[in-house]
Design a protein around this ligand. Sequence first.
Ligand SMILES: Nc1ncnc2c1ncn2[C@@H]1O[C@H](COP(=O)(O)OP(=O)(O)O)[C@@H](O)[C@H]1O
Ligand SMILES: [Mg+2]
Length: 243
Amino acid sequence: MLELQNVQVQHGPTAAVRGVSLSVAASELLALVGPNGAGKSSLARAIAGTHRPVQGAIRFLGAEITRLDAPAISSLGLTYLAEGRPLAPTLSVRDNLLSGAHVLRSMARAYDRLEELLPLFPALAERVDSPAATLSGGERQWLVVARALMARPKLLLIDEPTLGLAPRAARETLKVIADLRKSGSAILLIEQNAALALEVADRGLVMGGGLIIAQGAPRELIDDPSLTLSYLGGATTRPAITT
Ligand SMILES: Nc1ncnc2c1ncn2[C@@H]1O[C@H](COP(=O)(O)OP(=O)(O)O)[C@@H](O)[C@H]1O
Ligand SMILES: [Mg+2]
């Protein structure tokens, strides 16, 4: 579904991504983990078209998207949730959700989609008329995820959805994300919280210093002592707020 070949991303003199190749299959949850500064968000922005790579090729559903802009990529069905996505705090849960459906280009289709999605998020369904600002931290993250799903993405690229959440809300949020595979979406989940992300993933990639350091079954990565210390060590003890 998504395929990257030798993607390189620069920020001025800084080589943030130094040649990454990966692929995501249909209905797969691939976790991309690694410490702060590894280049995960830079890679995500290259895929989503918000920061053009200097090298390499990105293909989505068989078409090359490397040089497309962000709106064109999103209209192909690749929905990107950047780090720290804002909600409209004074708008209701319902209106926040409807705002995610503009690519459906029809209010009737947006309401149909809302009816499909709300049963998947019971906590949001109960609060559909409440302003987003009244939700808990975990509920807000679910709203961000649900709003992205309003667009019926074929692939969801989601950067640090558990940022700032307490461990229990983080785990619940990742379960909600893992459940999305049932609706046929593929997911590329980027997380600094490696232990939690690998728990729900089908496959894992570990990134460090702009490169893929290791990849494989989540269990193998969690149990690999060389990775645990250097790349996954801070995962469960990191401070709640980092970039
Ligand atoms: N907008 C930017 N301008 C300059 N340097 C950046 C920018 N974004 C990221 N970097 C640098 O690129 C490297 C990778 O960062 P990032 O992609 O945010 O990693 P991660 O998401 O894994 O924490 C870091 O050295 C970071 O300082
Ligand atoms: Mg990041």
